[in-house]
Design a protein around this ligand. Structure first.
Ligand SMILES: [Zn+2]
Length: 235
């Protein structure tokens, strides 16, 4: 008679152990556990997961099968839990590591001080474009140029790097090359501020720390043959 109740309770124990059965069932299970050593032991096995039940060593044939089933169920449960835990920890660690990597080495968040920016050779190409050479003198690469503008005609070519600077892999790059200022920048400016607006000053740097490259009305020397050849070669 009590065996039938035990069967029912044992069916409920895994749910009870995982706290997913109803409150009413929980109360029934608890009331039964208070007076049944066998079911308490079964619950211990489920909770202890890999602990070998005492009965498995007792040599009783009929309970052996159950004990082995219990062990294998517990083993699977703990394997699954360990696997999920492992997978979650691995995923978190990968996220932290890759965010850290991107954050420090890839994410362009720092600007470059004008102390290390050298602008030379500002001149006018025969096609009307303004050309100028940019060199960063601290020996590190430049990863990105962002355009910043305001309504008063100011256009800033703002250089950005990640927190951890890298040495350039080649001789030429954003950190050391000729730039031009022409239709593309005008287009960017007008997209943002309206077709009737024009750029009246071009700077390299941030809004607060910059070098003036060109200003409306400025008289620029004609580009040298070398510079003309460089841009012709690039077309
Ligand atoms: Zn019982």
């Amino acid at each position: 008679m009590s065996d039938i109740r035990c069967e029912v309770i044992k069916d409920l124990l895994p749910l009870y152990a995982d706290r997913v059965c109803s409150e009413a069932s929980s109360r029934v299970v608890e009331a039964h556990l208070a007076g049944c050593d066998g079911c308490r032991e079964e619950l211990d096995n489920i909770r202890g997961e890999l602990r070998i039940p005492v009965k498995a060593e007792a040599g009783n044939d009929s309970s052996d099968g159950n004990a082995i089933k219990g062990i294998s169920a517990a083993w699977n449960r703990s394997k699954t839990k360990a696997f999920i835990k492992g997978a979650v920890i691995t995923a978190l660690m990968c996220t932290v590591i890759s965010l850290g990597y991107v954050g420090l080495f890839r994410w362009n968040v720092t600007t470059v001080s004008t102390d290390v920016i050298q602008i030379t050779d500002v001149s006018k190409l025969v096609d009307g474009r303004v050309a100028y050479h940019v060199k960063l003198t601290d020996g590190y690469d430049l990863n990105e140029i962002r355009f910043e503008t305001d309504e008063n005609g100011n256009f800033y070519m703002t250089p950005y790097r990640p927190v951890i600077k890298a040495k350039p892999i080649a001789n030429v790059g954003l950190f050391n090359m000729y730039y031009t200022f022409a239709d593309f920048e005008k287009h960017v400016y007008q997209e943002k501020h309206g077709d009737d607006r024009e750029i009246t000053a071009l700077y390299f740097g941030t809004r607060k720390d910059n070098i003036l490259i060109w200003k409306k009305g400025m008289d620029l020397p004609a580009a040298s043959d070398k510079v003309e050849a460089y841009f012709r070669g690039n077309e």
